[in-house]
Design a protein around this ligand. Structure first.
Ligand code: SF4
Length: 504
């Protein structure tokens, strides 16, 4: 009989969430680097370079790779011969570990979890509670996988109850284009097939914790239906041409995982979950001898890459006019310097409500750019913690009001905009740019100063003014309404292959 002490379990969970905030798994780095080497689309290659460089910087600096440090998930497999030296529940033990990790003084992580999700949506401040899955298994050890899943990729989770003879490949190829770039590809798609709806979801979530090993499957050949499906989907999803950050390119997925379970004769439940550029999970085993020891990867695991901004247009944000931005072209790379406002969901909601009531806004947006971001708190000499872009389409509903009523001329975020937002951008002669999702620490290095201008009570969702120097972005929607997330994937889909794309 093994005894697991409370303090060892809590310490292990806390250490694990800190560890995954700044260390990518080595298999992800290797696989992304291979995709980078193969990539023929310059825009996608540049995005992958930023993710790889960001990853190395995070590993060296022990700061989060992404500003969205995720919702905490734990899969705990408890041996049936294990005894616990604690009066707390397993949920409470995991939560205590999460609390310690997310409020760590040296590397505070962003608390993103809100209680009362369909009501007041109040931040719990320490990212608890975690989502804990427990299984009793034979043995005398406790086997734990922790993961931190970002909202952008979780929001793109898909589920369907297919008919028994429906094609899973057709279904996947119909839904992946609708996911756009919000899940920050390239990453992993994980499928759970069979069981019941909740079982399919759990199979998919479990599967994404496996190492990336598609190359091994290619080398030895598929032996089961699941393995055939992995290969077929890997090839066909990449042939969609979505590419890194949805800019168009050869690599949308680095691996496809498929796990199945027997199901009812009348059913074929299927879940599809993406894992993003911030792939964060680690596995440890407790045997009663003390807390887990997590082995850091070697810095040699990261390629040594340098960014090339030679062809980028330098932009002075403090002297911009609508006429200036009108000449920028979709796909063009920029380096922004000067004063950049920030704001995301809560600030936009409040601003548009104030506009509707005819109130004066606390910030003058005339000829300004706004960055959709919710940064991690700063430590030591940082102006701001990791501060990558958040999903812009959540701001689509506010965009026309902001462009029509405030004098705003530009936005920076991640992934594509919807048709109404694109039309509004065109109508008002504004622009929308993207920074690379999953390159938050790299982006934060171009932010030299930060101060809160309004809505301080919103915390990381307040309106800040950043002073930026050479912040790399790409024009995603230009003032003529041309959108790189439409043209890029279409171009690369045509170049890659001839497979028909089924639309949902
Ligand atoms: S990489 Fe993208 S989807 Fe993943 S956590 Fe970061 S912002 Fe969210």
């Amino acid at each position: 009989m093994t005894t697991i002490r409370e303090k060892d379990f809590i310490q292990s969970v806390a250490d694990a969430f800190q560890f995954i905030s700044y260390y990518h798994p080595a298999d992800y780095i290797r696989s992304l680097h291979e995709a980078y080497e193969r990539e023929a689309s310059p825009a996608a290659k540049d995005a992958m370079a930023q993710i790889l460089i960001n990853s190395r910087m995070s590993a060296e600096g022990h700061r989060p790779m992404c500003q969205d440090t995720g919702i905490a998930i734990a899969f705990v497999r408890v041996g049936m011969e294990v005894r616990w030296d604690t009066k707390r529940s397993l949920q409470q033990l995991v939560d205590e570990g999460v609390r310690r990790a997310y409020t760590d003084r040296d590397n505070p992580l962003r608390a993103s979890v809100l209680a009362d999700p369909d009501g007041k949506r109040v931040n719990t401040k320490d990212n608890t509670p975690a989502v804990v899955h427990v299984e009793l298994v034979p043995g005398d050890k406790v086997d734990v996988i922790v993961a931190a899943k970002g909202g952008g990729s979780e929001n793109k989770s898909k589920f369907a109850m297919l008919l028994p003879n429906d094609s899973i490949v057709d279904w996947v190829l119909s839904v992946v284009p609708t996911m756009g770039a919000d899940w920050c590809p390239p990453g992993i798609l994980s499928l759970g097939i069979g069981g019941t709806p909740e079982k399919a979801m759990l199979l998919a979530k479990w599967g994404m914790m496996d190492p990336i090993n598609l190359h091994e499957l290619v080398a030895r050949g598929p032996q089961t239906r699941s393995e055939e499906l992995r290969l077929e989907l890997y090839e066909k999803v990449n042939a969609l041409g979505i590419g890194a950050q949805g800019l168009g390119g050869l690599s949308t997925v680095l691996d496809v995982k498929v796990n199945d379970w027997p199901t009812h004769a009348a059913s074929k439940p299927v879940a599809l979950l993406p894992n993003c550029a911030a792939t964060r999970h680690v596995h440890f085993v407790l045997d009663g001898s003390g807390p887990a020891r997590l082995d850091p990867p070697s810095l040699d695991d990261w390629p040594k890459l340098a960014l090339d901004f030679g062809s980028s247009r330098r932009v002075d944000l403090d002297a911009l006019t609508r006429a200036d931005v009108a000449s920028w072209k979709s796909g063009e790379r920029l380096l922004l310097s000067g004063k950049l406002l920030t704001g995301r969901d809560a600030a936009h909601k409040r601003l548009t409500e104030m506009i509707a009531r005819g109130e004066t806004l606390p910030v003058d947006f005339t000829n300004r750019f706004i960055y959709y971001v919710g940064p991690v708190d700063a430590v030591r000499d940082e102006a701001v913690g990791p501060a990558g872009p958040t999903t812009s389409s959540r701001m689509d509903r506010f965009t026309d009001t902001m462009l029509a009523k405030t004098g705003l001329i530009g936005m920076v975020g991640k992934s594509e905009r919807g048709p109404a937002a694109i039309e509004s951008i065109r109508k008002h002669g504004a622009v929308y740019c993207i920074a690379v999702g999953g390159a938050a620490y790299l982006v934060s290095k171009s932010i030299r100063a930060s101060k809160v201008l309004a809505f301080a009570d919103l915390g990381m969702e307040a309106i800040y003014e950043f002073e930026v120097k050479d912040m790399p972005v790409t024009v995603a929607v230009d003032a003529q309404g041309n959108a790189v997330h439409k043209t890029g994937p279409a171009e690369w889909r045509a170049r890659i292959g001839k497979i028909p794309v089924v639309t949902a």
